[in-house]
Design a protein. Structure first.
Lengths: 674, 121
């Protein structure tokens, strides 16, 4: 770079001063003379330019001092620039004196400096060389080959990398497509309102308000009355929220979903219901059967109530109604009617609430939507499942021949000659009443009054327990009616029926004879809870009583044919619909007894504890399926499946009556008729 | 009838006074008319009670200065339930406004003032 610098300065020197150059030449002269070394050079001839000043020696010897400095004489001395900050012109003291007249970058390199090896790269041959001592086994020729290779590499690297030899490469990724999205909210609803304010309108408004207030005050209680009104309005409004539950379509789908959930939950029970048969029944010699508990029907609302009635629907094999009430005199309250289906054990299909406890229920055999209900307060009612309302379609009025005591049993009868549906009811007030459903009202007719004095003909065969009652009747007319507690109609002869009383007597009555019994059956000592005619042998009936016995009667005989002691008060008894010889009884100690007289005339073929700590109140056979229902006094209804031994029937249904007849003949000590 | 509910408590003392001054009503009826009387209200019950209170306090705070009262009402309502409330206080004026539903109060106060408060953003 020094050379460059020199070269730059070189042309400057002559400019600086011509006199200086001459001066230097002069000074060189005596130097060269002194040395004598420059003799071989041609002699210097001073060429004087024409027009040169002729100066005297003194003038020539005169000294002129001239100082050289680094300032550029051509550079401006007084640069003034506008200063924006101070908003004024300012002289800038910094003047650039550097002038570049020539610039040249050299291309020469020093010999010793090898630029190609300038970057310190780890050289592979060195590494090989270092490894050499460790790998002693390597042969000589290989080593030389290595060396050659290294040299080649060196050559291939070349003397210099061409710095211009590069290529530019570029790529572009795909731009994500743009998407535009926008939403528009609806502006809040608006309304236009206009009016005019002026003094008279304000005055009028105040005056009107004043008058209104006075009027409200005059009405009496003003604000109080208003509050009452509000109270009336509010619950009604709250009620409307439930309306969508009453939507018929939604209700239907909800029912289906509920049943699906129940089917899932109670799948094992459903499987048992359909397919389970007790294997032990098939063992040879096994004559006993078992009852398999299936679903348990409890409704939370009726937990504190007793099951007082059970009735299967006459058309739908899975449907039954349960009456809830109380048998205890001191624990009476509102009753309920719950309709259950086997398809939904968790919640009743419908619920009717009654003012007093329900005591009895009956489905109409031809119109399966009609339910006759007997209540604790002595009234009877008819509910129709087809009606939307929550109330009965018919209800006996207090003045219209209502019973004065609980209605223990109701029973539909064939429609009368005019085609009106009618049913019978029996109550402890000693009346059997027929109720006819007319268009607008429930007409009543007392069919019979259970007179005690008539009931006890002056014979010596009276039960001692009825004696005091009988003697009292003459004195006290209050007691001259027997308390009816149950009845049943003859299956074939419409007018015939038997009545069980609280005194233990059973009477055979006819609708035709108003105040006379056809026959009086003696045998029970306590209240007769149930009497039931056999489905096949029409003259035979069963009675269940609180005196622990179930008795079998022929309605032409005064004495019972058979008697079964069950060691506990018998709540209910029912004939099986499929066999003439099978019946079941429920007792207050929680047991269910099933008898098949064809198998065993003395012992039940099944005696099973169904509930613990609860009394069984009612029992009902399903008319189609081998299922038995029992109700207890805690509001639960249990369904039981009858094992094969409990549902044996004759091959020919025609044989059923004779099967029973033969057994009874044997029981009465007569030879069986063939 | 809803109006009665709101003004019942305020009007209660007036009642007795009004009853006694029944005969003298012609002389100075305006004396009894100093309670707020809601003419038209399209508001939730809670808001209405609050708004009526606001109007009453604002008008009583700036007696005779309707502009300041209106300004006060507007600011209070903006703070209470969002922007762009408008208030008009005056003795006589006509108007036709577009308001958001459920956000309008038109009432008389003090026997000679009409106050209109509405929301429109």
């Amino acid at each position: 770079m020094k050379s460059v610098r020199r070269a730059k300065l070189a042309p400057e020197t002559p400019l600086v001063g011509r006199t200086a150059s001459t001066h230097s030449l002069r000074s060189n002269g005596p130097e060269g003379d002194a040395n004598g070394a420059d003799d071989w050079l041609p002699p210097k001839v001073l060429l004087k330019p024409p027009g040169q000043l002729q100066l005297t020696d003194t003038e020539l010897n005169e000294e002129f001092t001239r100082i050289l400095n680094a300032n550029n004489p051509n550079a401006p001395q007084n640069i003034a620039r506008f200063n924006h900050r101070e908003k004024a012109f300012k002289a800038s003291p910094n003047v650039d004196h550097l002038v570049v007249h020539f610039e040249f970058d050299g291309y020469l390199n020093y010999r010793n400096v090898d630029e190609s090896s300038a970057p310190p790269e780890p050289k592979p041959e060195e590494a090989v060389g270092q490894e050499q001592p460790t790998t002693e086994t390597a042969t000589e020729p290989l080593q030389s080959a290595d060396g050659e290779k290294a040299e080649d590499e060196k050559k291939s690297k070349g003397p210099l990398r061409n710095q211009f030899n590069f290529s530019e490469r570029a790529s572009q990724t795909i731009n994500n497509p743009y998407r535009e999205r926008s939403t528009n909210t609806e502006p809040p609803p608006q309304r236009i309102f206009s009016d005019t304010v002026n003094q008279w309108s304000i005055y009028d408004a105040y005056l009107e308000d004043l008058q209104q207030k006075e009027k409200a005050k005059a009405k009496g209680g003003g604000a109080k009355g208003q509050k009452d009104e509000d109270k009336h309005i509010l619950p009604a409004e709250a009620h409307t929220e439930d309306v969508y539950y009453k939507n018929a379509d939604l209700r239907k789908s909800l029912t289906i979903v509920e049943r699906m959930a129940n089917q899932n939950t109670f799948d094992d029970i459903a499987q048992d219901y359909k397919y389970w048969e007790d294997a032990s029944d098939e063992l040879a010699g096994s004559k006993t059967g078992t009852l398999l508990p299936l679903w348990r029907f409890v409704c939370e609302k009726e937990k504190r109530k007793q099951v007082t009635a059970l009735c299967w629907n006459s058309r739908f094999s899975d449907f039954f109604v349960v009456g809830y009430g109380s048998y205890e005199f001191s624990k009476q309250g509102p009753g309920m009617i719950g309709g259950f289906t086997l398809k939904n054990p968790s919640y009743p299909e419908f619920l009717y609430v009654t003012d007093t406890g329900v005591m009895s229920l009956d489905f109409h055999p031809q119109h399966p939507s009609m339910i006759a209900v007997g209540l604790y307060d002595g009234s009877v009612a008819v509910y129709s499942l087809q009606e939307k309302g929550n109330g009965p379609i018919f209800k006996s009025s207090p003045k219209g021949g209502k019973h004065t005591d609980p209605v223990w049993q109701v029973c539909w009868q064939k429609d009368d000659l005019d085609g009106n549906a009618n049913f019978f009811s029996i109550s402890t007030d000693g009346r059997v009443t027929q109720w006819t459903l007319l268009k607008t009202e429930l007409a009543h007719t007392d069919v019979i009054k259970l007179h005690l004095e008539l009931s006890s003909p002056p014979t010596a065969t009276q039960q001692p327990t009825t004696d005091p009652l009988h003697t009292e009747t003459t004195d006290d007319p209050l007691f001259n009616l027997a308390g009816g507690s149950s009845f049943d109609f003859h299956k074939k002869l419409d007018h015939l029926f038997v009545v069980g009383t609280e005194e233990g007597r059973i009477f055979k009555c006819s609708k035709e004879y108003n105040n006379q019994y056809l026959l009086s059956f003696e045998g029970h000592q306590m209240s007769v809870y149930t009497v039931r005619y056999n489905h096949f042998h029409h003259n035979i009936f069963l009675s269940a009583s609180a005196d622990w016995t179930v008795k079998l009667w022929d309605h032409d005989e005064e004495k019972p044919i058979m008697s079964f002691d069950l060691n506990s008060s018998v709540g209910d008894v029912a004939w099986a619909p499929y066999s003439s010889t099978v019946f079941a009884a429920a007792t207050t100690d929680g047991k269910v007894f099933v008898f098949d007289l064809n198998e065993n005339k003395y012992e039940p073929i099944c005696e099973q504890q169904v509930v613990k700590k609860a009394k069984l109140t009612h029992i009902a056979f399903n008319p189609f399926e081998p299922v038995l229902l029992v109700g207890d006094d805690r509001g639960a209804v249990i369904s039981l499946k009858l094992s094969p031994n409990l549902r044996k029937r004759s091959k020919d249904p025609e044989d059923e009556p004779t099967k029973l007849k033969n057994i009874l003949l044997v029981a009465m000590g007569k030879p069986p008729a063939d | 009838m809803t109006d009665l509910g709101s003004t019942a408590n305020l009007a209660a003392p007036d009642k007795s006074a009004g009853a006694s001054a029944d005969k003298g009503e012609d002389k100075d009826p305006k004396k009894n008319f100093n309670y707020p009387l809601v003419r038209v209200c399209d508001m939730a019950e809670e808001l209405r009670v609050e708004a009526v209170d606001m109007v009453v306090t604002a008008v009583e705070k700036h007696p005779g200065n309707f502009e300041a009262a209106a300004q006060n009402i507007k600011e209070l309502m903006d703070k209470r339930c969002g922007n762009s409330w408008h208030a008009v206080v005056g003795e006589g004026y006509g108007f036709e406004v577009t308001h958001e539903m459920r956000n309008l109060l038109y009432m008389y106060f003090g026997g000679n003032l009409g106050v209109l408060v509405w929301k429109a953003s």
